[in-house]
Ligand binder design. Structure first.
Ligand code: P6P
Length: 328
């Protein structure tokens, strides 16, 4: 018996008496756009979509052609969902106001259209991350108020990882579920229901080339993970695409860490559309997250592109991190 992503969301929404199906229609914009992105990712080398677009985005990073395509696909598909009032994208400096004053516009969506762009041309796994917020209770005059909400306010969040298979991982606050794209029928089919992050894994995931520029807490944390004092010697995995590194952490356990360093004193990853979605999923799956002082989900954003340190993983690895923070 197969369950498509749309069936899953529709059944989930049916639990709410006033559900109108508009949320199901909203998330179908994500599945459609990511299927369009997936088809281009798989053929990029054949269709001239590899390489740089020749422009620099708001992050100061050289845009890849697939970055631009992915962003345009998501904006196009989501703009057709009248329940979305505001969009914030990693590729756009400012929020995109679709229908800010419409009574039907109840949601805002933030996304990184293609995370891990440096891996595109070498055929390494990349991904799309997203989070959905309800418009603030008050009639939010400022579009920014729709998206500058703490991660704990996310109505739903997830990512699509374009790897050896294409997997949509999603939560609407009732567990984490994964749907694998069946390219023969063009549907995301439920393959992992109620995913739980293992209490302890065997991998830590960090770019160790920055180790001479980390705060001491992270140096001692890595030393503990490597020492075997947590009952096992950890191995290292770092793909350079947060989505891929987090997906392995979610399925196999362990911890993903992007500390602050002298190059990125606030951390490198973006709070709104990278850290918050994975922090939400990790917590829904029995793990947790931190920015070094508190849960990622408790951070009040002040800018749509603000960066943050990110530590996210299973119960044992995160408890050990908190111990290292307490001991200073
Ligand atoms: P570094 C990709 O550009 C990204 O935003 C994340 O997906 C990834 O974890 C990180 O940057 C890699 O950064 O500094 O290790 O190359």
């Amino acid at each position: 018996m197969i369950t498509t992503f749309e069936q899953h969301v529709s059944c989930d929404q049916a639990r709410f008496p006033d559900a109108t199906g508009e949320f199901t229609w909203l998330v179908s914009g994500i599945t459609l756009a990511t299927k369009m992105i997936e088809s281009q990712v798989r053929r990029a080398g054949l269709t001239g979509l590899l390489g740089s677009f020749g422009a620099v985005n708001v992050q100061g990073e050289i845009q890849q052609k697939l970055d631009v395509y992915a962003n345009e696909a998501l904006i196009h598909c989501l703009s057709l969902r009248e329940s979305i009032g505001i969009i914030a994208s990693e590729e756009n400096e400012r929020v995109i106001t679709l229908r800010h004053d419409s009574p039907n516009a109840k949601y805002a969506i933030v996304f990184d259209p293609l995370d891990g762009s440096s891996n595109i041309d070498v055929a390494v796994t990349i991904g799309t991350t997203f989070a959905i917020f309800r418009r603030p209770d008050a009639r939010a005059a400022d579009p920014l108020d729709w998206v500058l909400q703490p991660g704990r306010q996310q109505v739903a969040a997830g990512y699509v990882v374009y790897g050896s298979s294409t997997v949509l991982v999603y939560s609407a606050g009732r567990g984490v579920h994964a749907f694998t794209l069946d390219p023969q029928i063009g549907s995301y089919l439920l393959t992992h229901e109620n995913l739980r992050i293992p209490e302890q894994g065997k991998y830590y995931s960090i770019n160790e080339s920055y180790c001479d520029r980390w705060p001491e807490t992270y140096v001692s944390y890595l030393r503990r993970l490597k020492s075997g004092e947590l009952g096992r010697r950890y191995s290292s995995r770092f793909i350079g695409s947060m989505v891929a590194d987090f997906h392995r952490t979610l399925l196999r356990g362990g911890v993903f860490i992007y500390p602050p360093n002298t190059d990125y004193p606030e951390g490198r990853l973006r709070l709104l559309y990278e850290a918050n979605p994975v922090a939400f999923l990790a917590e829904q799956a029995g793990g947790s997250s931190s920015d070094g002082t508190r849960s990622i989900l408790d951070v009040q954003p002040t800018d749509i592109h603000q960066r943050t340190p990110l530590i996210v993983g299973g119960a044992i690895e995160m408890a050990e991190f908190e111990r290292c923070v307490r001991e200073g």
